[in-house]
Write a protein that binds this ligand. Sequence first.
Ligand code: AMP
Ligand code: GLY
Length: 429
Amino acid sequence: MNILILGSGGREHAFAWKLAQSPLCDNLFVAPGNAGTALNATNLNIAATDFEAIAEAVRTNAIDLLLVGPEEPLVKGVVDYFRNKPEFSSLRIIGPDSVGAQLEGSKDFSKQFMVRHGIPAAASRTFTPETLDEGLEYLSGHSLPIVLKADGLAAGKGVIITENVTEAQDVLRTMLSGEKFGEAGSKVVVEQFLRGIELSVFVLSDGVNYKILPEAKDYKRIGEGDTGPNTGGMGAVSPVKFATAKFLQKVEEKVVKPTLAGLQKEGIRYVGFIFIGLMNVKEEPYVIEYNARMGDPETEVVLPRIQSDLAELLTAAADGELDKVQLQVSPQTAVTTVVVSGGYPDAYEKGKEITELTGLEDVTAFHAGTSPGHNGHVLTNGGRVLALTALANSLENAVQKSQKAARTVQFDGKYYRKDIGLDLIRYPD
Ligand code: AMP
Ligand code: GLY
């Protein structure tokens, strides 16, 4: 079959790398892709949100399966667009429609969904410009710290956590006025701060049946020791030591099953990935957020541990037959270190030549933000540039190999965290 992946990051390169290994995959395309996806697939110069051009590419290349990587096309309705056209009735699509994608696209929707279906989450209230005064009053009596979330997509910058009531009130005012996040801030969710340790759990759903994929831990802050501003993710590890079989069992019973049952009850046929951001609070799971897609850089540690054929899994998901296939997972540990452009997550420069990228030992170099230069050169083309994944028999070895690769690759302004996975090595047994 012919497969088209939408997106251009490390997640999409990991998908392309894994799908290219499948005997079921004849031709593989990525739109728009990057210099890394070009090694495993044919890049198409089409934006992931240009539905008309994507439809044309599906026709021209006789695509059988469309895999949507990022949230933006999902929330904007790429799946609805294809589902509404009889011409594409046999196209298999991995990703929810715009209603299902509201699990990620609206924090208020996802909060209310969790309340309706008894899914454990932080207590919260939602405010709009009409209820600003009530919100300011509510904040004055709120426990500290206070968590404020812009309702809509805000490129990972929509969550503010503060110890200061006056600051929280200012944030609420600026968000609701539209100054800060535009339309995305027209509703604000105010919620309780959860104290615990964070974990990402991934589910592949066919609408009824599901597979729980390997869990991962993401390193979100730019600085070592989890300091400084939030980023898209600076590294990831899978499996996660504190996610014991007992804890994961609780996640399945208290979160995964009610989430899928809730979607069905509400008439949402959810075919695709659900990424559940969880807080482990004294061995009890609380949902921090849902995403309607895989995580990045989590995909770069989750897929290398999946031994099953991904094309087979995705086909089964699209056909409502996930109960008929097996998910085989490697017991090895995967660690990825993300190498970023100097200045990220604020302003940074692009177009720097990357050297020492070939011949990295024991590591898969997933490209997160690169573009092809002249004469086979690879150039930086984003804040996050490379995700260097090692798979090894121990966490220590995987960390060492991934970090060695991060030391080896070179480009002007290179930065990476040197503490990926170290907290888990030190985590008590
Ligand atoms: P989000 O954009 O929803 O992923 O939130 C960004 C980060 O804020 C999360 O990864 C958590 O580290 C943190 N966060 C969000 N909600 C809460 C909460 N209720 N309690 C504590 N931390 C939170
Ligand atoms: N790494 C977090 C995310 O993909 O949203």
